[in-house]
Design a protein around this ligand. Structure first.
Ligand code: SF4
Length: 515
């Protein structure tokens, strides 16, 4: 799913989100609601990706899982908005420490995949082969995950016969890096507290000399910490030089470049601990559907917007700069500065949604999930909020996942659109392409249901028979076969691949239309 001109911000691979159902007395089998099943998707920096589908298809679950509000059941969710070094998650240390064993494990998984493929290829077409295909896909996925876990961190070093010395030096770098970043965080906290203390003294009417005297101790502590950080920085540089020299040793290996291309600084959100996810929460924000229940009625607008700023140590609670900053954000979101001391119940639905947007944007996020963000609003207000979201996206270089069941809203706001059915993305293309050439029968049916005022171009509405099947026991093969007017025997048995039919246009269907 590469698009060479654009930078991937989020890469989702084989994401599964299953929610277990409590077992009853007579029920033998453990059951799950399969809200998302094998979703693979790239989200590019600066784009709005619309996600559309009937209610209950798993759109909101996908949005929330990407933000790690739910721990995902399986799959990889890579985030490229920050370097993995910056967060230094525990899972990275685990992998670096066990490189030798992991490489062995990868070769075992690869061998297993090759064997399953041989068995699959030897079978004649029929039910046995169809069920074997599921095993084959699983085996491929396990081997691929194991490979990516390693090469994304070590790249070309994968060619080394003995990974032990590489493991040692990379662990050394990781540990020095963690120490360095902890010191930097401490320094940032000290600076925030220093600014807060100065504002507090100023509010009490102290002169500049008195303020300098009262905060001089804190300032000299900050200067000392800066010195220590410089020393640590140098140590880290020296370790990196050692790694560079080691790399030179392997560069002549013909396979080095082949593995080096996999090296990247992405963060696997699915592997983060709660504490690590918390650090990233400011980058990854959610705008809720309901502007009534998502705001704390006991807090003023100013408190609602500054809550996250204090939690993420952007400002000290005494810092006078915070109020100015909050008012700036309010202005950007179309809220008058004097609203700062008012409570949510004093506002209309549209204004409350603006407060919700201001709360998210104050943290300068990179990726925002807008979960049915305009569905609860009057139509006239909807367009104002959509235009606000579009303006803010331009100004702040935001990336949106815009979830809606309303195709006309999706068409207006999105650069690309993903169509979801029963937990799977069945079609993905640029908005123009998807609306001009819907290639999946489900997309065709959704588009035919959009009301049109064009009398010359009246399309026949395709009625989707029956309800969406249960996500607990979804239909076999293509999940849409129970409602699809093009379904044949193979659709009932074989899950279609998600294939690229035109550049950037992906579809999962055995009998694609409009090709
Ligand atoms: S795979 Fe078959 S059932 Fe599924 S959408 Fe395509 S034609 Fe319809």
């Amino acid at each position: 799913m590469e698009n060479k001109d654009k930078k991937v911000l989020i890469r989702v691979q084989n994401l599964k989100q299953y929610f277990p159902i409590k077992k009853g007395f007579i029920q033998k089998e453990k059951l799950y609601v399969r809200a998302n099943d094998d979703v693979t998707l790239d989200i590019y920096e600066g784009e709005t990706l619309g996600l559309v589908g009937e209610s209950g298809c798993g759109k909101s679950t996908l949005g929330r899982t990407l933000l790690q509000l739910y721990a995902q059941t399986d799959g990889r969710t890579m985030y490229y908005g920050r370097d993995v070094d910056e967060i230094a998650p525990d899972y990275v240390l685990d992998i670096l420490k066990s490189l030798v064993d992991r490489k062995k494990e990868y070769f075992n998984l690869k061998e297993k995949e090759v064997n399953v493929r041989k068995q699959y290829d030897a079978l004649p077409d029929g039910d046995e082969k169809y069920s074997m295909r599921t095993h084959l896909l699983e085996a491929e996925k396990h081997a691929r995950d194991s490979f990516l876990d390693i090469v994304q961190l070590i790249g070309g070093f994968f060619v080394a016969e003995d990974l032990a010395p590489i493991s040692d030096i990379l662990v050394k770098e990781y540990k020095a890096g963690v120490e360095y970043r902890k010191l930097k965080e401490k320094l940032n906290d000290a600076r925030v507290a220093y600014e807060g203390a100065r504002s507090f003294q100023k509010e009490k009417g102290k002169t500049k000399e008195q303020i300098d005297a009262a905060t001089s101790n804190a300032l000299s502590q900050i200067e000392k910490q800066e010195e220590i950080i410089k020393i640590k920085e140098k140590e880290l540089e020296e370790i990196r030089m050692e790694i560079y020299k080691l790399m030179k040793k392997y560069e002549s290996n013909p396979d080095f470049a082949k593995y080096e291309v996999y090296r990247d600084k992405g963060i696997n959100l699915a592997r983060l601990t709660e504490e690590e996810s918390r650090k990233l929460r400011k980058d990854l924000q959610l705008i809720f559907q309901d502007p009534y229940s998502s705001l704390n009625p006991r807090m003023t607008v100013g408190q609602i917007i500054s809550e996250g700023l204090l939690a993420h140590k952007y400002f000290d609670k005494n810092d006078e700069k915070m109020q100015n900053y909050v008012m700036e954000v309010m202005e950007k979101c179309g809220l008058a500065p004097y609203f700062i001391h008012r409570y949510p119940h004093q506002f209309s639905g549209g204004q409350r949604q603006r407060i919700g947007i201001a709360r998210s944007l104050a943290l300068k996020p990179k990726f925002v999930v807008c979960d049915e963000a305009v569905s609860a609003l009057d139509v006239s207000i909807q367009s104002q909020i959509i235009n606000l979201l579009l303006d803010l996206k331009e100004q702040e270089n935001l990336t949106y996942l815009f979830i809606s069941h309303d195709l006309s809203v999706i068409k207006y706001i999105s650069d690309r659109v993903g169509v979801m059915y029963l937990g799977n993305i069945v079609e993905l293309a640029t908005t123009e392409e998807l609306f001009a050439h819907p290639t999946h029968p489900y997309t065709e049916a959704l588009l035919s249901a959009i009301p049109t005022t064009d009398v010359d171009n009246k399309k026949e509405a395709i009625i989707l028979e029956g309800d969406i099947p249960s996500p607990i026991k979804p239909p076999t093969g293509c999940k849409f076969h129970t409602r699809c007017r093009y379904a044949t025997d193979i659709c009932k048995k074989v899950t279609p691949d998600f294939e690229e039919v035109r550049p950037g246009h992906f579809v999962a269907c055995h009998h694609k239309i409009n090709l």
